[in-house]
Write a protein that binds this ligand. Structure first.
Ligand SMILES: Nc1ncnc2c1ncn2[C@@H]1O[C@H](COP(=O)(O)OP(=O)(O)OP(=O)(O)O)[C@@H](O)[C@H]1O
Length: 583
């Protein structure tokens, strides 16, 4: 059902993640109400002492029955009032503790769910999204923006909600005490609201600018750390220092705007609320002088007004946290709104694909554009099941793109890529992952053991299968010399292994996947002759009995192909020419 009001990022996030903790939220707010009730009772023992003990009058006091129950002598009333002060404070503290525990736990749980779902969603976004988004920027959203949302939720539950509840309750209590006191108290609310709302919009703009600038800064850090070897080799540290400092100025500029807004807000609100306190003091003082109210009642009214303005003042101090949380919620919603690869249009009706594809691949009028860059133009090419085809051609003609289209990494922007006669866009992604495997130019290894990395393609594989794949791919040749064998940990990005060794782990991974279609994207480029020999020997085992589409310029790999074709871009077509027998 659609909400009857336009739903902003904050309410959408809250609706989606807060609903899951409805029970705890209700319990938390009930505890807050208990605390409020205790706080409302706080000034009455003092009023009783002033009016009944010191003034000797019997003015109205809601705690009178309790105070009178322990005796009406001055000492008894004084003792009971002192005891009541402690008791009320203890009850209020108990509710405060329990309310904070419950509501802050909701804030923590909500932000944890937001973080996990944002990461899960981000991983499933298509390559076209990741191509245009810097890694540092995405990291900054998952980590920093989720953190900002967490801070806002904690402040929301521990300050904003109790503050609003307190201000509302004190305003009602003032009204009940006397309508004139109530009007003065209520007069404070629009002043605070108008000051806060105006500043929230400015604060939100500054916070949004700051988060965008911080995201760009994170992108610089990630880029430089990815290429730190190149930075050291060429000694270009100063270049990146300057680059970083330039981007950092953007963060600083927005931060200064936010600091200015924050600095203005507190005095503005303090002045506005001081006017209300002064008005109450004057009106109340005149009332006491004319005998309309007792001094005790004026003390209670002043205490309620102080109770009302204190949370309003403290809210002004945290409003920048909300502005930042708001800006971060927009950035998180922007990710969650992106369609994932599993949200493709529903496949056209047809029989379920068989468990294992035969391995026929057809490109029919396939075009591919990456933004404004054209990678393939109406390519027609058919590859039979079990055929091993090598794509050659000039740099940038679209060989790697053709491979990426077979694996479903991208969907063509024109034409269709078919596997066993069915368009890749109509095939369930999970099925496609089982039919197509790849060894790329540089195998990416995750932090974990060698065995974990091989098992990445088939998490349920038995250890014996992992060992068999490791032997066939000649990983065992070097793993046997390591103290922990296949249980040796490799660091982030496979640090500690040579290029050739990493490629052999990649081949073992592909072997274990046992897919009928294998893609090889320059798997031996960058290797020396000895390493290449070992990798080619491993690849020979991988390609046997499967459909293979490879891109390579290396003769040792070309000899594995049953057909070599050359791609050339001519006008609006990517043409295919047979290049004669391989080798
Ligand atoms: N992710 C991407 N984003 C933007 N443009 C891209 C992307 N991938 C490829 N391209 C562009 O598409 C064109 C084809 O690239 P592709 O890598 O497929 O060519 P290639 O024939 O494999 O080149 P090479 O022989 O140099 O590896 C190039 O102009 C390239 O700049």
């Amino acid at each position: 059902m659609r909400a009857p009001w336009p739903r902003g990022p904050v309410s959408r996030l809250f609706g989606r993640f807060g609903n899951r903790h409805r029970g705890m939220l209700v319990a938390g707010f009930a505890l807050r109400l208990g605390e409020m009730a205790a706080d409302l009772a706080t000034p009455w023992p003092v009023a009783a002492v002033i009016d009944r003990v010191l003034g000797g009058s019997r003015s109205h006091n809601p705690l009178a029955p309790l105070l009178d129950a322990f005796g009406t002598g001055t000492t008894a009333m004084l003792t009971t009032a002192a005891g009541a002060v402690v008791l009320v404070a203890l009850v209020s503290a108990g509710f405060d503790y329990a309310g904070d525990r419950v509501l802050n736990a909701v804030g923590e749980r909500m932000s944890s769910s937001i973080r996990c779902e944002t990461f899960a969603h981000l991983q499933r976004l298509p390559m076209s999204y990741h191509d245009r988004q810097a890694v540092g920027e995405s990291t900054s959203r998952v980590i920093t923006d989720c953190d900002r949302i967490k801070e806002s939720l904690v402040v929301l539950f521990s300050m904003l909600c109790p503050g609003v509840l307190a201000a509302g309750s004190y305003a009602v209590a003032l009204l009940l005490l006397d309508w004139r006191f109530g009007l003065i108290g209520l007069g404070c609310i629009p002043v605070v609201y108008l000051t806060g709302a105006r500043n929230h919009r400015r604060g939100h703009r500054a916070a949004r600018g700051q988060r965008e600038a911080e995201g760009r800064l994170a992108a610089v850090v990630t880029e430089v750390l990815h290429g730190i070897g190149t930075v050291h080799t060429f000694g270009r540290h100063e270049l990146h220092d300057e680059h970083f400092a330039t981007r950092s100025v953007g963060v600083l500029r927005e931060g200064l705007v936010a600091a200015d807004i924050q600095a203005r807000r507190v005095p503005l609100l303090e002045s506005a609320t001081a006017v209300c306190v002064a008005a109450l003091l004057w009106v109340g003082g005149m009332g006491v002088l004319s005998g309309q109210w007792s001094i005790g009642q004026l003390v209670v009214a002043m205490s309620y007004l102080a109770g009302m303005v204190t949370p309003l003042r403290s809210l002004s101090k945290v409003s920048m946290v909300f502005a930042q949380g708001h800006a971060s919620a927009e950035r998180i919603i922007a990710i969650l709104d992106e369609p994932t690869v599993t949200h493709r249009p529903a496949p056209r009706r047809g029989p379920r694909p068989p468990r294992r594809a035969e391995g026929r691949v057809d490109f029919v009028g396939v075009s591919m554009e990456h933004g404004d860059r054209v990678a393939l133009r109406r390519l027609d090419l058919s590859i039979g099941a079990g055929e091993r085809i090598a794509l050659t051609g000039p740099n940038g003609v679209g060989k790697s793109t053709a491979l990426a289209l077979v694996s479903g990494l991208y969907l063509p922007t024109g034409g269709v890529v078919r596997i066993d006669g069915r368009a890749t866009g109509d095939l369930p992604p999970q099925w496609l992952h089982r039919q197509v495997t790849a060894v790329l130019q540089d195998t990416f290894l995750f932090a974990g053991t060698l065995a974990d990395n091989i098992r990445y393609s088939r998490p349920d594989a038995a250890l014996a299968d992992v060992v068999r794949a490791a032997r066939a791919a000649r990983v065992a040749d070097f793993a046997d010399d390591l103290p922990a064998g296949l249980r040796t940990r490799v660091g982030d990005r496979g640090v500690g292994l040579s290029g050739g060794q990493r490629q052999r782990v990649g081949i073992a991974r592909a072997l274990l996947a046992d897919a009928p279609i294998v893609l090889l994207d320059e798997p031996t480029s960058g290797l020396d002759r000895d390493a290449e020999e070992l990798v080619v020997a491993a690849l020979a085992r991988l390609v046997a009995g499967r459909t293979v589409v490879m891109t390579t310029h290396r003769p040792s790999l070309l000899t594995m192909a049953t057909r070599v074709v050359g791609l050339t871009a001519v006008g609006d077509r990517t043409r295919v020419a047979a290049m004669g027998p391989p080798g």
